[in-house]
Ligand binder design. Structure first.
Ligand code: GLN
Length: 486
């Protein structure tokens, strides 16, 4: 086994036991990136010296007998987490020269746990997209089939983990951007409850929906990584003041016998690939064979989730992105006067999808349209939240496919925004309701001539991360899913 194939926990243990050093592992991963990144395009910034310096510091702590939880393990970081002194672009031209003077709380927490910054991963511009094709730095290729997208917006993180270019990576999920790419890339992706991870220092897209989370090749690593990055932060007013949980230490505590799995009838619909459905049914059968009970439930407002999301998210995005005006930081294109400078900067700095969102957002927030669009979408959001509350009175978990189909082709949907948005059909409602969701590999299937992974999504009530991880762990143990070979 090559060093770069080690998972988070395995690597942390080997470093702690002094079987390997952090510098050795970091070098192995940097070499792997150098070999593979030209093809996959998962990373947009890799600072070798910075990574090796952090690794040396970890090795020193090990020698001194002071290892922390994930001491010395290199991590992939989605390029919307501000990293002090390391370029952070959100994969937009408007920020492509931005070097943050401060650190995001999530990454700060990871460094405090001993993590090493390996590199910044590619993503859709400002996290707007489902295929990583809106990135200023070009699309990411899915390691399972290079003609396909690894999903988005955290496509670089997903591909990097699936392709053994890092053991684990951070992502962010506003409408599915962790779960969908995890599903497309055959790995685990968890979006915790809104508020579980601090948003401080995360480039904002839609602030009431954005939440940080994790990609890993197994559930245990996802649990450990989430434990390291989550926690209350007074710098984010929506951060939840709850203790950090040792998720990775309680993974086998699920009682399958008697657990109630809800299957929302609105999710098993036309448009869902029959083989995807079969794979999800098989996963559920593993649970029912061990005594779980299946309950058909209804989330009646599901059909409004995509339209409501595509009002709320662009509205918040339009407000958040107003700050990129060429005055304080980021790109500035000089014009004849102030207004001209604003226009030239924003015209050149933003890509097509981001401009589309800014226009939709400003339109729906404008006087005369606000009530018809924004207020109505917020009402729908409340109804969607209520649907889940009702459902969780009856069941412990909701099981669904993560996406209606496996990974689609690069170029397949990018010219048709509505088709692209519909890909988010199973993921956006969770964000609107602020709930945690995890995607875990469930199987593989032949799809348009390729052999591709399929993810099972498990949704739980607010702050049920431990239960979700436990259910995903149980599923993983009962499923023969082979990861992509290195
Ligand atoms: N695909 C969705 C969008 O384009 C979700 C993106 C995300 O979760 N960041 O908005």
């Amino acid at each position: 086994m090559e060093l770069y194939e080690l998972g988070l926990k395995e690597a942390a243990n080997k470093i702690k036991n002094r079987e390997i050093t952090s510098v050795e592992l970091t070098k192995a991963l940097l070499d792997r990136i150098e070999e593979r990144n030209g093809e996959i395009n998962a990373y947009v910034t890799v600072d070798r010296d910075h990574a090796l310096k952090m690794a040396e510091e970890s090795d020193k702590r090990i020698r001194e007998g002071n290892p922390r939880l994930i001491e010395g393990v290199p991590l992939g970081i989605k390029d919307l987490f501000c990293t002090k002194d390391v370029r952070t672009t959100a994969c937009s031209h408007i920020l492509d020269n931005f070097v943050p003077p401060y650190e995001s709380t999530v990454t700060e927490n990871l460094w405090k746990a001993g993590g090493v910054l390996l590199g910044k991963t590619n993503m859709d511009e400002f996290a707007m997209g489902s295929s990583n094709e809106t990135s200023y730095f070009g699309p990411v290729k899915n390691p399972w089939d290079l003609t396909r997208t690894p999903g988005g917006s955290s496509g670089g993180s997903a591909a990097a983990v699936a392709d053994y270019q890092c053991p684990v990576a951070t992502g962010s999920d506003t409408g599915g951007s962790i779960r969908q790419p995890a599903s497309f890339s055959g790995i685990v992706g968890i979006k915790p409850t809104y508020g579980r991870c601090s948003r401080f220092g995360m480039v904002a897209f839609a602030s009431s929906l954005d939440q940080a989370g994790v990609f890993a090749r197994n559930v245990e690593d996802a649990a450990l990584m989430l434990r390291c990055m989550s926690g209350y932060d007074p710098k984010d007013s929506t951060s939840a003041d709850r203790p950090i949980e040792n998720y990775d230490e309680k993974l086998d505590q699920l009682e399958i016998k008697g657990m109630k799995i809800g299957l929302p009838k609105e999710y098993f619909i036309e448009g869902l690939d029959p083989t995807v459905k079969q794979i999800i049914d098989d996963a559920i059968k593993n649970f029912t064979d061990k005594g779980a009970e299946v309950v058909e439930i209804s989330l009646p407002h599901t059909k409004y989730a995509v339209p409501a999301y595509y009002i709320v998210a662009p509205a918040e995005a339009a407000a958040n992105l107003a700050r990129y005006d060429g005055m304080r930081y980021g790109l500035r294109v000089e014009g004849d006067n102030l207004m001209d400078t604003y226009m030239k900067t924003r015209t050149e700095g933003f890509g097509t999808e981001v401009k589309r969102r800014i226009m939709i957002g400003n339109y729906t927030l404008s006087s005369g349209y606000y009530d018809a669009y924004y207020t109505k979408a917020q009402r729908v959001r409340a109804l969607i939240t209520k649907d889940f509350e009702e459902a969780f009175k009856e069941v412990d978990f909701i099981f669904t496919p993560t996406t209606p189909t496996p990974a689609f082709k690069i170029g397949g949907k990018v010219d048709d925004p509505v088709q692209m948005y519909l890909n988010d059909i199973f993921t956006v409602a969770t964000n609107l309701a602020g709930l945690p969701g995890i995607s875990v590999p469930a199987g593989k299937m032949d799809y348009e001539g390729a052999n591709l992974p399929v993810g099972l999504q498990i949704i739980g009530p607010a702050f049920s991360e431990q239960n979700l991880l436990n259910a995903a762990y149980a599923h993983e143990k009962m499923t023969n899913f082979e990861l992509l070979k290195a």
